[in-house]
Design a protein around this ligand. Structure first.
Ligand SMILES: [Fe+2]
Length: 281
């Protein structure tokens, strides 16, 4: 098996060919894919029809899988379901349903699971059913933006901690958790500047769940987080993935942000299955 790597942008992202990720893969190929993941942050595989069992065994090669938060329809399983298809009935969910409002927050720039005590290494999303138009996922690099920050600001950021909160970020799109739901999801604190333990490259852990800089006044905190986000998302180094059925994309939640884009949920069905790998240092 010979892996073929084709960069997707100048700074991050790669299309990976020459491998069937549904079958058992030799250890040296896994090591190569893992190294490519650390270096490129986003890996795209095409023509890889997945079922749930295959996706789990592939995902476990990267590390332990998270269990999904109670508010997702696939709660308690290893899957975070992104879909307008009712998990029980198979019918399309009305566009104004609370479950679709919950998913609307995915259209804010974010990294997955930053609100959890244990950060995520990566997310793995497989396209099971995709609309013919719309529903792309966009990525930007928080590593590329870190590299471009002035030295004095890099020094200021070092040692800062950010509080990440899912209740806070869902509120931005008008979604309110019940008290019971909110109580089950306490916020978490993580270092603002993340250092990749393998490559040594640094990035900033920001995005929609980033509520505040710990210990800073609210205004100053909001200003810094908004500035960093604006610089990251105005970067020319973005990648937009237009999904085709059977695509599988892996992204590094420590070094990229992503967001969903709209599709016509009244007209088309969409089912994406996400597995999320914990970051165990
Ligand atoms: Fe996400």
């Amino acid at each position: 098996m010979s892996l073929k790597i084709k960069p997707l942008t100048a700074r991050f992202g790669a299309l990976v060919g020459g491998v069937d990720i549904r079958s058992t893969i030799a250890d040296d190929s896994i090591a190569q894919i893992r190294a490519d993941f650390e270096n490129h942050s986003v890996l795209v595989f095409t023509d890889q029809p997945m079922d749930d069992a295959r996706q789990i065994s592939w995902s476990e090669q990267f590390g332990p899988l998270e269990r999904t938060v109670p508010s997702n329809p696939a709660a308690g399983s290893a899957f975070a379901r992104q879909s307008n298809i009712d998990i029980k009935t198979g019918e399309t969910i009305p566009v104004n349903d609370r479950r679709m409002l919950y998913q609307k927050a995915n259209m804010l720039w974010h990294a997955d699971s930053t609100f959890k005590e244990t950060q995520s290494l990566c997310s793995i999303l497989s396209a099971r059913e995709v609309p013919p138009v719309g529903g792309a996922t966009e990525f930007v690099s928080t590593r590329a933006v870190y590299d471009e920050l002035p030295a004095a600001l890099k020094q200021e950021l070092e040692g800062l901690e950010v509080e990440h909160d899912l209740v806070y970020s869902r509120r931005i799109v008008g979604f309110e958790f019940t008290e019971v739901e909110a109580a089950a999801m306490p916020s978490a604190r993580h270092r603002l500047v993340q250092t990749n333990p393998i490559t040594g490259r640094k990035s900033v852990l920001i995005g929609a769940h980033a509520k505040c800089i710990v210990g800073w006044p609210e205004n100053r905190s909001r200003e810094l987080l908004d500035d960093l986000l604006a610089q990251t998302t105005s970067s020319e180094n973005s990648y937009r993935h237009e999904w085709r059925t059977n695509d599988v994309v892996i992204w590094d939640n420590r070094s990229v942000l992503h967001r969903a884009t709209p599709y016509d949920g009244a007209k088309y069905r969409r089912l994406m299955q996400r597995t999320t790998v914990s970051f165990v240092e």
